[in-house]
Design a protein around this ligand. Structure first.
Ligand SMILES: Nc1nc2c(c(=O)[nH]1)N[C@H]1C(S)=C(S)[C@@H](COP(=O)(O)OP(=O)(O)OC[C@H]3O[C@@H](n4cnc5c(=O)[nH]c(N)nc54)[C@H](O)[C@@H]3O)O[C@H]1N2
Ligand SMILES: Nc1nc2c(c(=O)[nH]1)N[C@H]1C(S)=C(S)[C@@H](COP(=O)(O)OP(=O)(O)OC[C@H]3O[C@@H](n4cnc5c(=O)[nH]c(N)nc54)[C@H](O)[C@@H]3O)O[C@H]1N2
Ligand code: SF4
Ligand SMILES: [Mo]
Length: 748
């Protein structure tokens, strides 16, 4: 690889996946220089402080380079790939044949920067008959998806670049992004006297510093605040009646519910001044355009599904949908955000949203003697022992399984509980892409080429799944050969024709398409792009289903040629490309029947009941509420494991209001113990006047057991899920209440 040329790639530390341009060192082994990629259609050259240190991901000392097998004493021995694949496939086959493939659980499939593993896993899951799966979305977004699906038939996003009023609810985009170019957009809104930035957050965050209105809601009480604001809109008639009549169903039931809600009482319960609550509601009611973004502050909290509903009522009652500056549903490749309900989980019978088992119940659906319990797990590109509620319970669940395998780049907390660990190539050693693309009217996609040669001993996930399928004897006979023959003899056109005839003859082949494409078409792709082959099917699907939006983006071609042209562009646009361009009418076309459903009966009933109750989250034993897992300037889930990468807050301090600290004789940098009903952790205290009194916070992604190059292991900071509980969860979606975990803090 050239060393003086700028190569395009992306940052993998958050969902934005900002485009990067990098120069490698002379040996081609490391990144020498990094800058934002001005050619990236969404990030346009923007990067935040974290991107410059992504080498720490690539060069983690605990990256693994050979398969490992657990010994009886809990240590691991290195084994070769043929042994690993033979033993793993045999163990999976045994579980399937003895108990059924539906007893094998799949967790993960991708993180913030890599979603191709999930695509390839589909083939393995289908060969094994795996039915139950989940990933991190089911511990944050499923409640929101469920509400959005029922109201809009999809997942709406806000147009913050053009909104007159921008509302961030339990969201700190200055640190966590979630909108492209977040800091630039926040600054623009903040300095424009005609626009209003509203932040609803118990903490005076960096985003709140820029806000025109900051409502420091009492932790866990957002539902009362939002109910009060809707009541103001209803009672002061700031509602867009003609628009509601044209575009929605069920408005009368909503208006009826909030007509009698006591605004003063809501304000008192949520701890926000009643006049400030009213002013904020009026500001939303009178604005030309409003966009709202909710995130973990409410999603990992009490009444989270209800809050996802109430915040939407605020902007639908005021007509803020399908216009610039409001909300839209995007058209992209893939479909993150379909919140359809698909039955109930096999042991506890809890609601499955978006096909994902609620994360909080997974260990309980292992640790039982129910005949339907999960007996084996395949975990790929995820670290649930660290990232899901109750790490101790997760460790027990992992060890209670008949069999487990982890596919990861590093020896993680989860890998350390698995029977086998398989080393994957890093995201900079293979083609990668994510499906976190939600822009409008122009949406984009970014297929990244590798920067480095694969590390010896590691394989990309497409190859791993191929090897497993081969060992399982699951690959349909003769198909790979037939496709390769077609390619060699008649090129892409013959290949395409062969694929479609085969699919017509055997529709179940679609499940094996990812791996088959990798093995056939993949061979013919440019160096390093082989594992992007699965996108060929997606490109054709997109072209067949959405010709107009693809043509809007500048693509052309008769019949199937459109899909071919699109695929070729996908894999040869190093900075990403626009994949759909649409008008605002298309947003209405995606809403079922063109009518937003406003009345979700069980949630309206909850809202009615809630405004007549007085909540109680703390107790004498646990008088404080812990936000377990805050985003800070140097956190990135567990993607970077080396603690040295953090330039600030290296230990991940416990933030605490000085008055709360003084009461228990804690000062700046005191050592303390945080104790919850389920566990405890030692922390360093940071006095922070920005915190709400009674609320303390710990960052996410800390407390990793990182083994340095010299073999010494050190744990830095507290792992938040040693303190959390699987029982504190939402009634509808099962999402955790991590932002308000009852705790006490004791001086050490
Ligand atoms: N730097 C960094 N950025 C990231 C990540 C990272 O690890 N580090 N992770 C990425 C991921 S996976 C995600 S999901 C997003 C999450 O992004 P955010 O949701 O923005 O992240 P958090 O900091 O966890 O929570 C947001 C805010 O919720 C507030 N909050 C706590 N309790 C309450 C409450 O009761 N009510 C309200 N209204 N607010 C409350 C907190 O004070 C905090 O400011 O960030 C992404 N971006
Ligand atoms: N208490 C508490 N818990 C939380 C949160 C919180 O705020 N509080 N935040 C939650 C949120 S919002 C999220 S999204 C989750 C995230 O938690 P997880 O979904 O578990 O994901 P990550 O921590 O991002 O870890 C991704 C894993 O992928 C591995 N990896 C990286 N690149 C590759 C690759 O190319 N191939 C493979 N096979 N593996 C790779 C990394 O080594 C890492 O182990 O954490 C959640 N956990
Ligand atoms: S961490 Fe920063 S640079 Fe990286 S993708 Fe997110 S916003 Fe962009
Ligand atoms: Mo997340």
């Amino acid at each position: 690889m050239a060393t003086d040329a700028w190569q395009a790639t992306a940052c993998i530390l958050c969902t934005c996946n900002c485009g990067l341009k990098v120069q490698l060192n002379a040996e081609g082994t490391d990144i020498a220089r990094i800058k934002g990629d001005a050619d990236h259609p969404a990030s346009q050259g923007y990067v935040c402080n974290k991107a410059s240190r992504i080498s720490y991901y690539q060069h983690g000392a605990d990256r693994i380079s050979s398969p490992k097998r657990r010994r009886a004493d809990g240590t691991y021995e290195v084994i070769d790939w043929p042994t690993a694949i033979a033993e793993i496939s045999e163990r999976l086959r045994t579980v399937r044949d003895t108990h059924g493939g539906d007893k094998i659980f799949y967790y993960g499939g991708g993180g913030q920067g890599n979603h191709l593993p999930g695509a390839y896993a589909r083939s393995t899951l289908s060969a094994l008959g795996v039915r139950w799966r989940s990933n991190a979305l089911a511990q944050e977004k499923t409640g929101e998806f469920w509400v959005a699906q029922r109201m809009f038939g999809g997942w709406p996003h806000g147009d913050f670049e053009h909104a007159e009023v921008a509302v961030f609810l339990g969201k700190n985009p200055w640190q966590s992004h979630g909108v492209q170019r977040a800091r630039a957009t926040l600054r623009e809104i903040s300095k424009d006297p005609n626009r209003t930035l509203i932040v609803i957050d118990p903490r005076r965050t960096e985003t709140a510093d820029l806000a025109d209105i900051h409502l420091a809601v009492r932790p866990g009480r957002d539902a009362w605040l939002l109910a009060g604001m809707i009541a103001v809109l209803v009672q002061e008639d700031l509602i867009d009646h003609p628009w509601l009549a044209d575009h929605t169903r069920g408005a009368a039931a909503v208006i009826d519910t909030f007509r009698t809600v006591d605004v003063g009482n809501c304000a008192a319960v949520c701890g926000v001044d009643a006049e400030a609550l009213r002013t904020t509601a009026r500001c939303i009611g009178r604005a030309i355009s409003v966009a709202v973004l909710e995130d973990l502050g409410v999603q990992m909290n009490r009444n989270s599904t209800l809050v996802s509903y109430l915040q939407r009522l605020l902007w639908v009652l005021t007509g803020n949908f399908a216009r610039p500056g409001t909300h839209y549903t995007a058209r992209g490749l893939g479909g993150i955000g379909n919140g359809a309900e698909r039955g109930r989980s096999p042991v506890l019978g809890e609601r499955i949203i978006a096909g994902l088992v609620p994360c909080n119940i997974i260990p309980d659906e292992v640790l039982c003697d129910h005949p339907n319990r999960y007996r084996a797990m395949i975990i790929e590109s995820a670290n649930p022992v660290h990232s899901l509620a109750d790490s101790a319970k997760w460790r027990r669940a992992m060890r209670a399984l008949d069999f487990s395998v982890v596919i990861d780049v590093a020896m993680t907390e989860t890998a350390r509980q698995a029977d086998y660990v398989l080393p994957a190539t890093s995201q900079y050693e293979k083609a990668e892409a994510t499906f976190f693309n939600f822009e409008f009217p122009d949406n984009f996609f970014h297929v990244r080429a590798p920067l480095f040669a694969p590390r010896n001993g590691a394989l990309n996930e497409a190859e791993i799944h191929y090897l497993l399928l081969e060992a399982l004897g699951a690959l349909p006979a003769g198909v790979e050969e037939a496709l390769n023959r077609a390619l060699d003899e008649g090129g892409r056109e013959a290949f395409q024709a062969r694929v479609f005839t085969l699919l017509a003859e055997q529709p179940t082949l679609a499940d094996f398409a990812p791996v088959l494409l990798y093995r056939t078409l993949g061979r013919t792709l440019p160096e390093g792009m082989r594992n992007a082959a699965t996108l060929w099917a997606l490109a054709h699907q997109h072209a067949l289903g959405h010709r107009e939006s693809l043509e809007g983006a500048g693509f052309s071609g008769e019949g199937m040629d459109l899909g071919e042209a699109f695929f070729d562009a996908l894999i040869s646009s190093p900075s990403g490309l626009v994949v759909s361009s649409e008008g605002w009418d298309s947003v209405w076309a995606r809403v079922p029947g063109g009518q937003i459903e406003l009345a979700l009966p069980e949630l309206l009933a909850d809202a009615h009941a809630l405004t007549r109750t007085q909540p109680e989250e703390t107790s004498a034993d646990y008088p404080l509420l812990l936000a377990a897992g805050e985003r800070r300037s140097f956190t990135a889930n567990t993607i970077i494991r080396d603690p040295e990468w953090r330039r600030k807050d290296g230990e991940g301090a416990l933030r605490m209001h000085p008055e709360d600290a003084a009461r228990i004789n804690l000062g700046e940098r005191s050592q303390a113990r945080v104790i919850s009903a389920g566990g405890s952790a030692q922390v360093t205290v940071e006095l922070d006047e920005r915190m709400h009194r009674g609320h303390v916070s710990l960052p996410n992604g800390m407390g990793l057991s990182y083994t340095h190059a010299d073999g010494t292991a050190r744990i830095v900071g507290a792992a938040p899920n040693e303190l959390t509980s699987t029982d504190l969860r939402d009634a509808y979606a099962g999402t955790p209440w991590h932002k308000t975990v009852p705790v006490r803090v004791e001086a050490l």
